[in-house]
Write a protein of this length. Structure first.
Length: 276
């Protein structure tokens, strides 16, 4: 099974073209491939390009626990770079169909930078158009958090704090992700406002755990910060893995721009997919 591996600010994905598969990837296959001790190791698998009636390409995104994600900002940047490396796209804008909606992507700077139109951010996890931004409260491990909902095609829970740490994200992220109130679980961002054009976030990613960077989390956190009047519409999001820029218009359509780097190419042995 041929694969290519990339990272976007330390958030790494394996890209597998369906044409190299002789059968559909099973849940156990996905878990084995993503395992950092027994497989190649990654924060997820990007299965594509696929066919789409409405877009230039389609993409399926899988988390390390084998669950399928609706959308991933870093994953979309990586997939866009893969398409560029395969000479399937050039410098012009192209479209990608995901479970979380259609995005527009552009590759620049000789493949090193990718911009993705993430679509309209809504301040709800429901499919309805109602999206008023309102504070909510959740209690985990005897600690109360105020949070705001956001959806970028996938669900997010945004929490503001003057002091954010990786330990905080790791301790509370999993508990919040799996709280019963979130029907489809949720991604969690702990956000610190730096200034009008900068925020810092720590991320607990649904189905993946603590993550060095996330495009959709950056988009959600920046959009909530802007909606609350805490930041302007052009925001640099600082994460342990690096910085992503988010631009938001008055209708809350968000454009994400960030770096991508290719790591390696290879072939996954069938032995890696069999139990010991």
């Amino acid at each position: 099974m041929k694969f290519s591996k990339y990272h976007a600010l330390g958030n790494d994905y394996i890209v597998i073209d369906p044409k190299y598969l002789d059968k559909e990837l099973s849940k156990s296959d996905i878990i084995a491939i993503c395992n950092r001790n027994f497989g190649v190791g990654s924060d997820g698998i990007l299965l594509g390009p696929g066919k789409s009636e409405n877009c230039d390409f389609s993409l399926r995104i899988f988390n390390p626990d084998s669950s399928e994600a609706e959308k991933s900002g870093n994953g979309l940047r990586i997939f866009s770079r893969y398409l560029w490396d395969q000479s399937l796209v050039a410098d012009d804008e192209f479209t990608i169909q995901t479970k979380g909606g259609i995005v527009k992507s552009t590759v620049s700077e000789n493949g090193l930078v990718v911009s993705v139109g993430m679509g309209k951010v809504r301040f709800t996890h429901e499919l309805s158009e109602e999206s008023d931004l309102i504070p909510n409260t959740i209690s985990v491990n005897d600690r109360d958090f105020t949070y705001y909902l956001a959806s970028v095609g996938n669900p997010h829970c945004v929490i503001f704090s003057d002091n954010i740490t990786p330990a905080q994200a790791k301790e509370y992220g999993c508990l919040i992700e799996n709280a019963p109130r979130f029907k489809n679980r949720t991604n969690v961002q702990f956000v610190k406002i730096i200034d009008r054009s900068s925020i810092q976030i720590e991320i607990w990613e649904r189905g993946a755990g603590y993550t060095l960077a996330s495009g959709s989390s950056s988009t959600a956190a920046a959009s909530v910060s802007y909606a609350l009047g805490l930041c302007d519409a052009n925001i640099n999001v600082h994460m342990p893995g690096g910085i992503i820029n988010i631009k938001i218009n008055e209708q809350f359509y968000a454009t994400m721009t960030g770096a991508v780097r290719k790591v390696c190419e290879g072939c996954i042995s069938s032995e890696a997919l069999s139990s010991l």
